[in-house]
Ligand binder design. Structure first.
Ligand code: G6P
Length: 624
């Protein structure tokens, strides 16, 4: 969360900064700002709200400058307003800082700086950085050394962009356990939290390592460790295949991305699954797309796979729900105990992994701070590591020995949909792959599973063709204040994901429960005003789930379910049925979630919510 950009070169800085910021708006859209050096003077322009507000301001002022930094904010300390928007400046208005991350000792530093006479204009933790730099600069007028001294006082993880009107020929970038990329052009250079933002200008990029500072001028980039030692690094080449960022006629990116799911699934499946008669091949480093640093594919030897005695999965948000399904698949097909952890929940705890553990980190962005921290912890304990991500150039991709890249293209909408499906597909492929290698399923069973898996994209197409019916049902429940989702087994995560989507998109309070848990508390909230949405698919837990739904019905709740075509019990029990094609229970999480994604979309759209950029959210959560 929060995006940092920078530019220096012969062009006008503000349109470049704006273009870069547009690519990073997914990281937060509470406020945005730029600091440029115009005729030798630092000029700071910022605006609360979406980037379009800053854009209007910049268009009206059109600052003439060829060097500047910019920021798009997701608020951590201090409400989203003009004052708290970045960049922040020192007392003399000569130095400006943009920041991503959290300064954990900011209160202590704030007190210290206040006692030295520094006045604070914002409630942010960021402001301590600019005063610290300024304080250090007063000692020797050496900006590089002042930043290094200031950075040593900071606790937490952070990335910074810094400009000073006293040194208008340079930008400083600092990375401490974050991601920052410097894009190299001809007599111009770029800075961005995500290399995607500089790709429109150059494909040559230097990624800052952990605890590193870059001094960027128009002619070059010098890298330093926090101890001031200069380090050399060659640029890497970015993948140049064009990203298509276009709604393609859909009203929202979210709806387009829901509709892309059959294609995305086919692409992910076809990469690893050539034919149901053949074993799945996850060892595909030959498909490397050119970053040159990433270990594509799963490279564990058969012996290593057979030696695994535990799988630990770390993820947040929607990726956590996909991982919950993954756990059940891995245990069912591979027979290895598997635990799935909300990555933020293992902080400060013992992580019980060892050299026989496969640690899997799942993250659409590959930049979620908590997921990365969990992964690093597991790696330091000697576990084998596997990343499942949609970003082959992400931090996560570079940290793992094995990598499965979901073939989704850019997911623009902040709420995840197609990447959830692709993460699920990755788990199905992985579970079948490991089961084949360990011999825990027969050849026939493996073939059957692959045939079933290949049928899923078509089933999703069939569900999408029923979109109108789903909309008609959904909008009837748009006025609800609370919605309860229930499911069992493989579809408990579906209930959680359904509730998450509804909350994220419509701001209606929604909770997902294991259906059997309803009677242990949640049932108390039910009455005729609370819709209960049950995920009910034929299989081992069908009857029990139906009984749990009956319990809700007896409390007069409004009853909706996701059920397969022709389920007469469902038609009798529920007020509305969101029907999906008949599906094997094992594969049902991939289809049962689709009507729930659409339900959330239609309710949010009906309520006039900002579907693609819901309030308070960010797509990439880089703070802990
Ligand atoms: C944010 C996003 C969610 C996402 C979660 C984890 O909260 O809004 O959609 O599921 O982060 O993100 P990741 O990139 O690690 O999958």
């Amino acid at each position: 969360m929060c995006g940092i950009v920078g530019y220096l070169g012969p062009s006008q800085a503000f349109p470049v900064l704006l273009n870069e910021l547009k690519c990073l708006e997914y990281r937060g859209y509470d406020s945005a700002g730029v600091a440029v050096i115009e005729e030798g003077r630092l000029c700071v322009l910022k605006a609360a709200g979406k980037l379009s507000n800053l854009e209007a301001l910049l268009e009206s002022k059109r600052p003439k400058a060829s060097v500047g930094i910019g920021h798009t904010r997701w608020a951590t300390h201090g409400i989203p307003n003009d004052q708290n928007a970045h960049p922040h400046t020192d007392k003399s208005g000569t130095v400006a800082v943009v920041h991503n991350g959290i300064i954990e000792n900011h209160e202590e530093l704030r007190d210290e700086l206040k006692s030295l006479g520094y006045e604070f204009a914002s409630e942010t933790d960021t402001e301590v950085i600019v005063h610290l730099v300024s304080h250090e600069y007063a000692k020797d007028q050496d900006l590089l050394q002042s930043i290094l001294r200031a950075v040593k006082r900071l606790s937490g993880i952070f990335a910074l962009g810094i400009v000073s009107q006293k040194h208008p020929d340079r930008i400083y970038a600092v990375n401490h356990h974050y991601s920052l990329s410097v894009g190299l052009g001809d007599n111009e250079n770029f800075l961005a939290s995500d290399s995607m933002a500089v790709r429109q200008y150059t494909n040559r990029v230097i990624k800052l390592d952990q605890s590193e500072l870059a001094e960027i001028t128009t002619t070059g980039v010098r890298l330093f460790t926090f101890d001031g030692k200069e380090v050399k690094r060659s640029p890497i080449a970015l993948d140049t295949s064009p990203y298509v960022i276009d709604k393609c006629g859909y009203k929202h990116f979210l709806l387009k991305e829901i509709h892309e799911q059959p294609l995305v699934l086919r692409q992910t499946l076809s990469k690893y699954l050539r034919h149901p008669n053949h074993p799945i091949d996850l060892n595909i480093d030959h498909l490397s797309t050119g970053s040159g640093e990433t270990a594509y594919g799963v490279h564990l030897t058969e012996e290593e796979i057979k030696g695994l005695d535990r799988i630990s999965v770390f993820a947040c948000g929607t990726a956590y729900h996909a991982s919950m399904v993954g756990k059940l698949l891995l245990e069912e097909l591979v027979g290895i105990p598997c635990e799935v952890e909300i990555a933020s929940e293992i902080r400060g705890r013992k992580v019980l992994v060892n050299e026989s553990t496969l640690a899997i980190a799942v993250s659409q962005s590959g930049e979620t701070a908590d997921t990365l921290a969990a992964l690093k912890e597991a790696k330091s304990k000697g576990a084998y590591t596997l990343g499942i991500t949609n970003r082959a150039d992400s931090h996560l991709a570079h940290l793992t020995q094995n990598l499965m890249v979901t073939e989704c293209g850019i997911e623009v909408s902040v709420a995840a949909t197609k990447t959830y499906l692709a993460q699920l597909a990755s788990f199905y492929l992985l579970a079948i792959y490991l089961a084949e290698k360990r011999g825990t399923i027969s050849k026939e069973r493996a073939k059957e599973l692959k045939v079933q898996l290949n049928l899923v994209p078509t089933m999703i197409e069939q569900i999408l063709a029923r979109e109108e019916q789903i909309r008609d049902v959904s909008v009837k429940y748009a006025e609800a204040h609370d919605v309860v989702f229930i499911g069992r087994g493989l579809n408990f995560p579906t209930a959680l994901e359904g509730a998450l989507k509804l909350k994220e998109l419509s701001y209606i309070h929604a909770s997902g429960y294991a259906a059997g848990e309803l009677k242990h508390g949640p049932i108390a909230v039910l009455d005729q005003n609370v819709p209960v949405i049950t995920v009910l698919v034929p299989g081992a837990v069908y009857e029990k789930t139906l009984s749990n739904a009956q319990e809700a019905r007896a409390r007069k709740a409004k009853m909706i379910c996701v059920a397969v075509d022709g389920d007469e019990q469902a038609t009798k029990t529920f007020d509305a049925v969101l029907a999906i094609p008949p599906v094997d229970e094992l594969f049902s999480p991939m289809t049962s979630v689709v009507p729930l994604q659409l339900l959330s979309y239609f309710i949010a759209d009906y309520l006039g919510k900002d579907v693609d950029q819901p309030r308070n959210l960010a797509k990439s959560v880089t703070v802990e």
